[in-house]
Design a protein around this ligand. Sequence first.
Ligand code: XMP
Length: 503
Amino acid sequence: KIIILDFGSQTTQLIARRLRELNEYCEILPYNKFPTQTDDIKGVILSGSPFSVYDPTAFKTDLSSIRGNFPVLGICYGAQFMAFTSGGNVESAGTREYGRANLSFIDPNDALLKGIEAGSQIWMSHGDSITKIPATFKKIASTDDVELAAFHIEGEQTWGVQFHPEVFHTIDGTTILDNFLSICGCSKEWSPASFVESTVAELKKQLGDDKVVLALSGGVDSSVAAVLLNKAIGKNLTCVFVDHGLLRKNEFENVMRDYEHLGLNVIGVNVKERFYKALAGVSDPEQKRKIIGSGFIDVFDEEAHKIKDVKWLAQGTIYPDIIESLSITGTVIKSHHNVGGLPEKMNLKLCEPLRLLFKDEVRKVGTQLGMMHHLIKRQPFPGPGLAVRILGDITAEKVRILQEADDIFINGLREWNLYDMVWQAGVILLPVQSVGVMGDERTYENAVALRAVTSTDAMTADWAQLPYEFLAKMSNEIINKVKGVNRVVYDISSKPPATIEWE
Ligand code: XMP
């Protein structure tokens, strides 16, 4: 595998994505956390950083046990850091350089730049430049503005590039990273099939005859984790799926059926009434989330205690949930967790078989495991479910109205082949009544908002430009079929400044 040492660049995750696309396994670690166990490490990449190398607060680490022992590629700050700490000069460029540039000179014999021709477009993003390199450093590429755009250190398998090979606009970036993998002697054998094979073997070894409990949510990640574990330890896995009464219409029954079909041992727990009771009269969004979060932990805890000798808690945590991110305001390392608090309270060991995968890789693994398309392609759905889509307090009647409207919208998206084009969609029940007329009668009923967004990671999102014809049909069907709704609006706000959910 390749280790990417993260100096805080916004594109560090992209480096990992590119290597994974080349079928090489890699891990991102904080810049100062190079592992002591190095048997399976084939090479090291140093990322960019928002800092200047001469900044007293810049992230610094000792590379003496890395350089010379492994092939190294420094990107932007990573390259500057090596030049600076080896006696070169790095200076503020005067003019910052962001955006497109072209490599006007390329050393044709260099292994990193093999197959790339002069003129190749690259992407620059730097305020500083390397202005002088030590004698052992050899220039291997330049642009018109930046003479030292890339270097190789003689006598070492070490390279530095000022530009960003990981970004889309560096046209030959993937070739450069692929060349680096060849230099490292990587086997590039990551595939969903090999992942399933090696993970099942590891889980068997790790878990032995121990019993494991897993909380299913109906979503992609926990479902794939469950099927993988089921393949490894079979009957020793118990899954718990909680119906808090805030799922979509018929979702509990449908998902339970899917799980049975997949051969999972699932305990379905219907605790709707308990949740409605706890939520009665509560309208503050954060309060609602807290009640649902702690209610969920209580139910899960009760169910887990019924399993004799259970030792492990399995979760569908994925890579973006756990990447240790560097705080740029200090050197604090934060770590994100999926269901924080659960294992501590329950005294269980944690098993997270998907923790190093990106979402699309989880979907590929699910397909490899033979899981149904509709389960794998499921849109994200918030843990507190419809509770955050009923603005204000929650009642069973409001849940019914929202479930009906949401069901029409989601089925409509599927029928019109729009479902897979949208990142996430749903309906919001507004705390607004308005006057309407149905037949000869005056009505005074609820308004609902339809929400559909496009996104790649939920960090930013745009409202989906759904066809008017489709929206007209949805509005018509919802008002005609859902008792209690007489007005439908479409949310045309992007994130930011709005968010995907309304609460
Ligand atoms: P926002 O509304 O912040 O949502 O743009 C981003 C993504 O997160 C989901 N979301 C939640 N998921 N618990 C969850 O598990 C929550 O409390 C929660 N709030 C928002 C939202 O559906 C979207 O995918």
